[in-house]
Design a protein around this ligand. Structure first.
Ligand code: A3P
Length: 322
C-alpha cells in the first residue's frame, strides 16, 4: 500500500490516524468496520494496538504462542494448552484446582494484540508476566513482531475446514450483530469469505503462511487441524504436549485433560455461561456446536464447489489439504 508505506513505521498518533484513514475500508455483516492492512483485514482498533505491540513486545525463548484466524477451534486449543502448560494431572484433586473453572480460556490466554479491549484485565500482563507465558494471536505470520519469529519461542497454530470455518463465523457474527434479526444472507457471507473480506481474512492466506513456516521450521511451529483433533484427540493432544516439552506421563493424564477441555464440559462451566471476554463478545457465543461438517446444512453444491476450487488453487499446491 503506497500511501501507508510512506508513513511506516508511524511515529506519532497523528501518523497512526493518517495511516488508518488511508487504508481500504469495508463493513462486515453491515455492522462492523474493518480495514485492510498489509494484505489482511482488521477492526481499526486492532491496527492501532498491533502497531504498539510491534514496537514494544519482546518475545522470550520460553514463551508459547497459540495462533489462529477466527472460529477455527482457538478456544479448545487454549483450554488444552493451559492444562498442558500448567499441572496436567488433576486426577486426585478437586474441581476448584482446575484453572478452567476460574475463567474463560480467552481471558486466561490473552490475545496479545487486543488485551486492552478486554472487559476486565486478564490475569496475565503480556509484557511482564512470569515465565513461561502462554499467549495468543490472530495476527498472520508475516505480521508477527520480529522477536516472535526470531526467538526460540514456540507457536501452535490451529485451523479447520474452510467451509466449517465460514459457517461458524456466520453464526458467530449473526449472534453478535443481528441477535434479534434474520441472519445475514448466507450468499453475502459466502462472498465475504471467498474474497477474504472479514476480520483476519483472507482465511486461505492466513493459513498458508503458518503452514509454510511450519514446514520449514517444524521445531518452531506445530500446525494443528481441528478435524484431526476431533478424530484422534489422544494422538493430537499428546503431540501438542510433546511439542511444548511437557509430555504426558500416562494415558490417564491424556484422558483427564481431554475430558476437562471437552466441548460439553466447557460450555456448561459457569465461567463460560455468562460474561464477556472482549467488550462485545459473550463467552457463551464461543460454544455453538463443535462438530465437523455442519456446512452441509447451509451451503449449496455450487458454494461447496467454489470453496473447494479456492483450496485447490491456494492450499493444495503447498501440500495442504483441509
Ligand atoms: P462451531 O461454530 O462449528 O460450533 P474459536 O474458538 O476459534 O472461536 O472456534 C469456535 C469453534 O470451536 C466453534 O465451532 C465452537 O463450537 C468450537 N469449539 C469450542 N470449544 C470447543 C471444544 N472444547 N471442543 C470442540 N470444539 C469446540
Amino acid at each position: 500500500m503506497s500511501t501507508s508505506s510512506n508513513l511506516w513505521p508511524p511515529s506519532t498518533l497523528d501518523d497512526v490516524e493518517k495511516l488508518l484513514n488511508d487504508l481500504p475500508k469495508a463493513c462486515v455483516w453491515d455492522a462492523k468496520d474493518i480495514c485492510q492492512w498489509e494484505g489482511f483485514w482488521f477492526p481499526p482498533a486492532f491496527v492501532k494496538s498491533t502497531i504498539t505491540l510491534r514496537s514494544r513486545f519482546q518475545a522470550r525463548d520460553d514463551d508459547v504462542f497459540l495462533a489462529s484466524t477466527m472460529k477455527t477451534g482457538t478456544t479448545w486449543l487454549k483450554a488444552l494448552s493451559l492444562c498442558i502448560m500448567q499441572n496436567k494431572s488433576h486426577q486426585n484433586s478437586n474441581e476448584h484446582d482446575d484453572v478452567l473453572t476460574s475463567g474463560n480460556p480467552h481471558f486466561l490466554v490473552p490475545i496479545i494484540e487486543t488485551t486492552i479491549y478486554y472487559s476486565k484485565a486478564p490475569p496475565v500482563d503480556i509484557y511482564d508476566a512470569s515465565a513461561p507465558r502462554l499467549l495468543h494471536t490472530h495476527l498472520p505470520y508475516s505480521m508477527l513482531p520480529n522477536s516472535i519469529k526470531n526467538s526460540a519461542c514456540k507457536i501452535v497454530y490451529i485451523t479447520r475446514n474452510p467451509k466449517d470455518n465460514l459457517i461458524s463465523m456466520w453464526h458467530f457474527f449473526n449472534s453478535l450483530y443481528r441477535p434479534n434479526q434474520d441472519p445475514y444472507p448466507i450468499e453475502k457471507a459466502f462472498d465475504c469469505f471467498c474474497s477474504g473480506v472479514h476480520p483476519f481474512g483472507p482465511f486461505f492466506e492466513h493459513v498458508v503462511e503458518y503452514w509454510q513456516e511450519s514446514q520449514k521450521r517444524p521445531q518452531k511451529i506445530l500446525f494443528v487441524k481441528y478435524e484431526e483433533l476431533k478424530s484422534d484427540p489422544k494422538g493430537q493432544v499428546s503431540k501438542i504436549a510433546e511439542f511444548l516439552g511437557r509430555p504426558f506421563a500416562d494415558e490417564k493424564e491424556v484422558d483427564e485433560v481431554l475430558w476437562r477441555c471437552s466441548w460439553g464440559r466447557l460450555k456448561n462451566l459457569e465461567v463460560n455461561k455468562s460474561g464477556n471476554f472482549l467488550k462485545d463478545v459473550p463467552n457463551k457465543s464461543l460454544f455453538r456446536k463443535g462438530e465437523i461438517g455442519d456446512w452441509k446444512n447451509y451451503l449449496t453444491p455450487e458454494m461447496k464447489e467454489q470453496i473447494n476450487q479456492i483450496c485447490c488453487i491456494k492450499l493444495e499446491p503447498f501440500g495442504l489439504f483441509l
